[in-house]
Structures are given as C-alpha cells and as structure tokens.
Design a protein around this ligand. Structure first.
Ligand code: GCW
Length: 677
C-alpha cells in the first residue's frame, strides 16, 4: 500500500473503536446473482471488508445471521424482491443501501435495478467504512446525474502519452490481446469505485491504425476486461481514415463511398465489441483533418459518423476545441464562432465536447461561452485531469476546486442560476449527457506520477457522478481513504488541497493572466516569448504587457469576446467596476498604475499575488512536514521532495515573471516584496 498502487482502495485495518462496530454489521457476504459484475462486487466486498476488519468475512448463499450484507437486484433475488424497495427512480446505474430485516436477521441490503448499480453500491458501502461512517441505520440512495462519465486517454499506439507525466500508456498493445495484465482489472476497479463508465483508449490526435482489425482485436480484449465494471470503450478516430486505411481518394463526409466505409467500419467494430461506446473526434484543429477540408461543416462530419454508429447505439463526441490558423484577432472566440451557428444541426447521437474554458486548460479561465449558447445541442464538458499547465506531476494542485468553479459558474443562459453543471445535466431532449476528463494515468507504480495526483482522478469521477458535489467533501473523503483516519492528518491534508490550486494560479498566472508557460512542454515561465510562427502561440499575445499596462482587452473596445456571453455575464465581466479581480487581465487591458478595488495599484497587486503563491507553497511544505510522524516514510519522503521542487518552480515563476513585467512597467518593486534569494 505504501507504493501507492492501491490508490484510494487501500482498505487498511480500521482502528479498534470502529472495528467492533463494523464487525457486527458485516458478518457475512451474500451475493444474489452470479454475473461477472455481481462476482466483482462480491470479490471487492471480501477484499475490502477483509482488509478493514483484519480478518476474512464468510460468504453465504442466503442470509443466515445478523450482520449479513445482501446485494443484488430484485430480478435475481427473491429476498430483495420481497423487500419491495423504491428502486424505480434510481434508473440503470443508481443504487440503494438500507438497513433491513431479512428472515428475522439484521442485514444491510445493497440493491439496484441493474448489476452495475449493485457494484456501485458495494463501493459506496465500502467507502462508508473507509471514511469511518456508521454502517447501521442506513438509508442511502444515489444515482449519477450524467450518463457518460468518461476518461479520455491521450495515449499513442507506441505507448507515449501526450501530456502524460506518469510513465507510459497502461495499454500494452504489443502483448494484447493475449496477455491480460491484471492491472487492467485494477484500473477498471478504480474507475468503477467512482462511477466512471467510459474510456477513450487513444489520443485525440489519433492514428488511423487503431481502426485496423489487428488493433480492434486488442481493443476488444480490453473491452471484455472492463465490461463487468460497467466501463465501455470508445476510440478517437482520424477523420481521414477512409483515405489512410480504405484507399479512398477523399474523406468528404457527404461522399457515399466515404459514408459506406465508415458504416462498414462501425459494423466491424461492433462485431467484436457489441457494446462499443462510440467515437471521439478532434477535427480541423491543430492540423488534424476534418470536414472543413472538403468545405463541409463540423455537423456534416459528426452526423456522418453518427449515422454509422446509430444502428448499434453508439455516440459521437465531437470536440469544440478548434484551434486553427484563422484571422480572428482573438483565439478565445473561435469555438463559439464555428459551433454556435450549428446549434440544432447535429444528429441526436452527437454530443459536442467543450473544454471548461475558451483557451486551453489554463490554471484559471472563465467558463467557455459555448455553455448556454447551444440550447439544442447536448454539451459534454471536457476537463483536463493531467496537469499540462499546472506543474505536471510534482506540483501539488488539487483540481476539484478548479472544476467546481466552472461547474458552479452562472451562465445566465436561461435566467439566473443556469450554472454550467445544470446545463450539462440537460440532454436537450436526447437523453445524452456527459463529462470527459483527460486522464492523468500511466504505468507508474502509483498510476498518476504522484500520490496527490490520484486525488484528481478521484475528484473527476466524483464530480462526474454528481457535478454539484462539494470539492471539499471529495478532498476529505480521498484523504481519509488514501492517507489516514487520524483527524489531524485529514484536516491538514484537506486544507492543503483546498488552497493548492489558488497557489498555482498566484505564482503562474495571477489576476486573469493565461498561457504564460514556456513553449511546447508548458513547464515553467515564458511570458517574454514572442518569436513563434503564429501570433497566438506566443505568451506576449496573451499578456499584452507594454509600457502602459497589461492584459487582453476582450471588451467592445478590444476583441469583444465578451459579447459571446449572455448579457448579464457580459455586463459583469465587461465593466471594470464589476469584473472579479481573478478575471481582470483576461478581459481588460489596464495601466500598471490602475487602482484595484483594494486601493493598491495593479502593479503592486500583481507582485503581491506572485509572492503569495510562493508563500503558499512554503506553507504547504510546513504543513506537510508536521505530518511526518503519521505518514509512511516512502510516501512522506517523495511528497517532501516534490514540494521542494514545487517551491523552486514557484520561485522561478515569480522571479522570471516579475523581471519581465518590470522591464515593461519600469516601476520599482513594492516595499515588503520578498527579494529573490
Ligand atoms: O492542450 C492542448 C495540448 C495538446 C492537445 C490539445 C487538444 C491532444 O497542448 O497536446 O492535443 O490541447 O486538446 O487537442
């Protein structure tokens, strides 16, 4: 467990005070049914209860004593059917956990309409114990708010992971389909424990080869392993695959030969993977081929693929991250400009997948203006779990707070309270809703390259299940399951996590700055970079620092990106009086001597934020050091070293950024600013 492999499913023995209480409420495991999914639930309960209680728990075929844990569906168990539980509202994936009486014995029932609901309920029951909640007197019911809860792996077929900081791809294409690495099952268990029900196996910068029969056999092997855990596989497809693989002269989505090729390809996939989820597509973005190559629209392209998948029940997740050479004066406007006019034109098995912000997974962005702007199209929110722009795997940055900020943002699209969370919970009549997270998983022993990055995988799953969940509750649960039940540890780590992302914003891109990272790899500062081939590749394009001031004018006097938001939002962000400080330089270009709401100058405030970021990291280091007696040495030492790296990097970010901006502002450093060491 100290090597991090077990993630949040460590199932360490609970303390004495809980053991007796739990032991009497978990005396036997009674599986009702015998499907692979029910067997997975049974084995997880054995593993979890055995680990936490420190002794094996008997399995039985019927409830024969007090403290039984009975799980299944009314269809497979007369005992469960007889309880007449209110399962109807729970849908296909929800569950109910209740303390009941079965044949005169005290028991806990975990019931659902489907086996996968039962498995989710089993994980929830174990979580109660992992987080030291009572397991008697239970009456819990829960169901996911979104239908598609998907991890997007940006994994190439040579196992390099684009923007991956945790080793190579988990998928060993070389030994598949014959070798079923047990790790594939552990991956599925971890996902099922948080309700993730889909995995796009390959990079959105897709290689056509994934669609060849040879690879599809390997894909099918993974699908077979994941199926009992409720996880469907999806593939990213290259739009020009009919040319690359089919020998066609075109990939024009309206060409009958092209359409026939995709139809046959879909049939070929479903022959191997009957519950295949569908396609994810990056088209006409960053050099990828797409329908615009043939003067067709995104809707033409998406609908062609949707038609091929439709007879089999598959979906298309069509990305709105379009980033191409264009003459717009503001990159932030492109997705809205291209997609808004297509609202209502997509087939009913297409979702448009939109990043949280209009640029690109920055440490902070305002919400994407497409949310609220496409009332007829199901929008899937895309989050980045891997920390491409937030310090890779060594910086401690809990992203739950960042995602909650987007989910809670009020688009005002249909009046006040139209949050992004509520918008993505609305399938616009198609029944399709979803959320995607770009995975941070690789073959490192601890899966994510650091212990704390496991929390981001975990939080993504929890928010996918319930986009209105509290980031703090999630952090606390994860901490209890991952580190210790000791209140001091739980409180300290939760508090560290809760302030960690703001620290990163402060030392990298405070007050609404964005895209200041060094070229290509995006690690470390580069606010001065100005020599790259296209204007919007350069950090200077985003900061616009000059002798007068700093910031990107996106109001009517500038790019007017602000007009893409609903009027109340545009009014709030567009006025210097009301724009929140955190978005100031995203929407406005202001003089260095501009007076902030606090009364200090922008220049002083900027420096203060950089300082605050560095100090916050020092605070994380102090808090972590205080936990030495309670954390196993291996994990403690690793995180200590990572925090030291983060501190060095924070100083580098602060010093380099201030030095560059000072070369523009020509202003003295404010009194009290800690001099660079
Ligand atoms: O964030 C940027 C990344 C690219 C990525 C692209 C995208 C997969 O720098 O590596 O490509 O976004 O989301 O398509």
């Amino acid at each position: 467990a100290e090597d991090g492999y077990d993630l949040w499913l460590r199932y360490q023995p609970v303390g004495q005070q809980w053991r007796d209480r739990y032991a009497s409420a978990a005396t036997q495991i009674v599986a009702a049914g015998d499907s692979p999914t029910i067997r997975a639930a049974a084995s997880e309960l054995s593993r979890g209860l055995g680990g936490m209680l420190g002794r094996g728990v008997a399995t039985a075929s019927a409830v024969t004593r007090d403290g039984a844990v009975l799980f299944g569906t009314p269809a497979t168990s007369a005992a469960i059917a007889a309880l007449d539980l209110p399962l109807a509202p729970l849908g296909d994936e929800g569950y109910l956990i209740r303390s009941v009486d079965v044949d005169g014995h005290r028991a806990t029932v975990i019931a659902a309409n489907s086996d996968i609901g039962v498995l989710y309920g089993a994980f929830r029951f174990l979580k109660l114990m992992q987080t030291r909640q009572p397991i008697d007197g239970l009456d819990i019911s829960d169901a996911p708010k979104l239908k598609l809860r998907v991890l997007d792996h940006w994994d190439n077929l040579d196992r390099h992971v684009e923007r991956g900081y945790a080793g190579l791809s988990l998928w060993d294409w070389f030994t598949l389909p014959q070798w079923h690495n047990p790790r594939y099952t552990d991956y599925a268990r971890a996902n099922a424990s948080i309700g993730i029900n889909g995995a796009v196996l390959n990079n959105v910068n897709a290689q056509a080869e994934i669609l060849t029969p040879r690879y599809l056999d390997k894909v099918a092997a993974l699908a077979d392993i994941f199926r009992p855990y409720g996880i469907k596989v999806y593939l990213s497809v290259k739009f020009s695959a009919p040319i690359a693989l089919g020998g066609l002269k075109t990939a024009d989505p309206l060409d009958p030969k092209v359409r026939a090729w995709w139809q046959a390809k879909a049939d070929q996939i479903y022959a191997r993977v009957p519950d295949f989820g569908g396609f994810l597509v990056k088209a006409n973005s960053e050099g990828q081929p797409g329908p615009q190559d043939y003067h067709r629209t995104h809707a033409d392209g998406a609908n062609m693929l949707a038609a091929a998948l439709k007879p089999h029940g598959g979906v298309v997740m069509w990305r709105a991250f379009v980033y191409s050479q264009h003459d717009s004066e503001d990159r932030a406007k492109q997705a809205y400009n291209e997609f808004k006019p297509l609202d209502g034109k997509f087939a009913d098995n297409v979702l448009v997948q939109v990043k949280n912000g209009p640029i690109d997974f920055q440490p902070r962005e305002p919400f994407h203006p497409l949310f609220g702007a496409m009332p007829k199209t199901p929008l899937m929110l895309e989050l980045q779990v891997t920390k491409e722009y937030l310090g890779f795997n060594t910086h401690l940055a809990y992203l739950g707070t960042m995602w909650a900020e987007t989910l809670d943002a009020d688009t005002h699209a249909h009046g006040p309270g139209t949050t992004v969370a509520r918008l993505i919970e609305n399938g616009k009549g198609t029944g399709l809703t979803g959320i995607a997270g770009v995975a941070n998983i690789g073959n490192d022993r601890n899966w994510t390259g650091s212990e704390f990055d496991q929390a981001n995988w975990y939080a993504f799953g929890r928010l996918a299940w319930n986009p209105q969940a509290s980031a703090e509750h999630i952090a606390r649960d994860w901490t209890r399951m991952t580190w210790s039940e000791r209140p001091q540890v739980v409180d300290t780590i939760t508090a560290m996590m809760m302030r960690s992302r703001e620290a990163v914003v402060d030392y990298m891109t405070p007050l609404g700055l964005a895209h200041q990272m060094a070229t290509g790899h995006h690690h470390g500062p580069g606010p001065w970079v100005s020599n790259l081939g296209r204007p919007e590749w350069n950090p200077v394009y985003y900061n616009r620092a000059d002798g007068n001031g700093i910031g990107f004018d996106r109001t009517a006097s500038g790019s007017d990106a602000i007009a893409q938001y609903a009027p109340p939002v545009a009014a709030e962000f567009g006025s210097l009086k009301t724009v929140p400080d955190k978005y100031l330089l995203w929407f406005h270009h202001v003089p260095w001597t501009y007076r902030m709401k606090s009364g200090e100058t922008l220049w002083d405030a900027l420096i203060e934020h950089y300082d605050r970021g560095v100090q916050a990291v020092a605070g994380l280091q102090r808090d972590w050091a205080s936990l030495a007696p309670f954390i196993d040495k291996r994990r403690f030492d690793e995180e200590t070293a990572f925090l030291e790296i983060q501190h060095q990097d924070a100083l580098w970010w602060r010093n380099a950024s201030i030095a560059y901006f000072q070369s523009k502002s020509q202003l003295p450093l404010p009194a009290g600013h800690a001099e660079p060491p």
